[in-house]
Design a protein around this ligand. Structure first.
Ligand code: UDP
Length: 415
């Protein structure tokens, strides 16, 4: 019986607003699964690096979930400098974790390194979720994007050997950790992530558009997420320009939304994107919106005709699930988990590359064809309903119990 879990998320906290900076799908994953674990009677302690001055040592996120801020280096630290603080963070976690845990669940390779230390110190099984893999990311970099450093590749290789269970989102990722990282089959568990089906529901499109100041007859493709080269929001802008070149009369009623904030190596991306909109002659059509959560984000999905997810790589793509749960079809590149998140030709369209004409065809094929959009919208709601955080959490509970029964990780430091 699992009673108490330590969750390690070094570089970003579940208390942060996702969609900007380092906060994205992983924050949502950690927050949602922690909440659902608590709802199942499991006590959860989340350990994250104190990344702002004056943070209290502990915050109750919801009853049963405590977020502990562990000091490790100056609060404001570039993500590239975080590896130098792993040892400090790990020591802080080990010191702050009082009492015994049934398992440690680390998220992303940085926290994974601390997870290995905690496994040894607490004599507790380690479950690790990578969220993204450096070797996969480096094989599909956006133009000009810096490759992930060697330290991360090595860190992930060590984790693949040391962790008792590696939780992955899809069978594709399972094959990647086995093939690229030599994980053993008994270590790897595929547990799809979820979507908040209470928040992301189909709703009144007219009301959503009114709230966002969008006319009811507008044609609205949208991008939602962290604005960084990997996510390729420029693809949506180029496709918008192409659609307007094909049908100039669309200009009067086209509004392309970009929702999210700057992130990672692409801190200048929002400005570059704004400049691109000017260069493409579509600055009057593109509207940039600040990141938002919950009900406000659901209204964006409902207001849009189609959500574009043109990522170069994506371990899953929660945005795609959330949009579909709101009844909005998705056009996505067929990378990573997106072929699982989107049912091609049914709840949206998968595209093999970033060719502008192809994206323009896909967006038009959904947004400008009301009958097809309506059919895809209904299918999208059904497709998204197959995923839920309750189901993800059930899978995690089984993974923790499994890891507690048989520790298969070859922790290099456990002797
Ligand atoms: N998100 C948000 N507000 C925004 C933009 C994004 O809360 O304005 C959330 C979104 O709901 C999703 C997450 O950020 O849950 C992004 O996850 P995804 O898997 O799509 O991408 P990641 O950030 O993990 O690369």
């Amino acid at each position: 019986m699992i009673k108490r879990i330590a969750v390690l998320a070094m570089h970003t906290s579940p208390l942060e607003q996702p969609g900007t900076g380092d906060a994205g799908g992983m924050n949502v994953y950690v927050a949602q699964t922690s909440r659902h674990l608590a709802a199942n009677g499991v006590e959860v302690e989340v350990f994250t690096r104190a990344n702002a001055p004056d943070l209290p040592p502990a915050v109750e996120m919801v009853p049963g979930v405590t977020v502990r801020h562990v000091p490790a280096g100056p609060p404001e630290l570039d993500k590239n400098d975080l590896p130098t603080r792993i040892a400090e963070f790990a020591s802080g976690v080990v010191a702050a974790g009082q009492g015994s845990f049934d398992a440690v669940h680390s998220h992303y390779w940085l926290a994974g390194q601390a997870g290995v230390r905690a496994k040894r110190a607490w004599r507790t099984p380690l479950v690790h979720t990578a969220h993204t893999l450096a070797k996969v990311k480096n094989a599909a970099l956006a133009e000009g994007e810096r490759p992930e450093p060697k330290a991360r590749v090595v860190g992930e290789e060590e984790l693949a050997a040391a962790a008792d269970r590696l939780v992955v989102n899809t069978e594709i990722e399972a094959a990647q950790v086995r093939g690229l990282y030599r994980a053993r089959p008994e270590q790897v568990l595929t547990i799809p992530p979820g979507v908040d089906l209470d928040c992301f529901t189909p709703g009144d499109r007219a009301a959503a558009r009114a709230e966002l100041g969008l006319p009811l007859d507008a044609v609205v493709p949208a991008f939602v997420g962290r604005i960084q080269p990997l996510k390729a929001p420029d693809v949506l802008l180029r496709a918008t320009a192409e659609l307007l070149a094909r049908t100039p009369s669309l200009r009067e009623r086209m509004v392309t939304l970009v929702v999210g904030g700057p992130s990672g190596t692409g801190l200048d991306q929002p400005e570059l994107l704004q400049r691109l909109a000017v260069e493409l002659g579509i600055a009057d059509v593109v509207r940039f919106l600040a990141p938002r959560s919950g009900a406000a984000l659901a209204q964006v999905y409902r207001a849009a005709d189609v959500i574009a997810v043109p990522s170069h790589s994506e371990s899953f793509g929660l945005v795609a699930l959330e949009a579909q749960a709101c009844g909005t079809p998705v056009a996505a590149t067929a990378v990573g988990g997106l072929p699982v998140a989107v049912a091609d030709g049914v709840s949206g369209l998968l595209l093999p590359d970033h060719r502008t004409e192809r994206w323009a065809d896909a967006l038009a094929g959904i947004a400008l064809d009301p009958a097809r959009r309506a059919a895809m919208s209904a299918a999208a709601v059904r497709h998204a309903a197959r995923f839920s955080w309750e189901r993800t959490t059930e899978g995690l509970l089984a993974a923790y119990a499994d890891a507690a029964r048989t520790e298969v990780g070859a922790c290099p430091c456990s002797s």
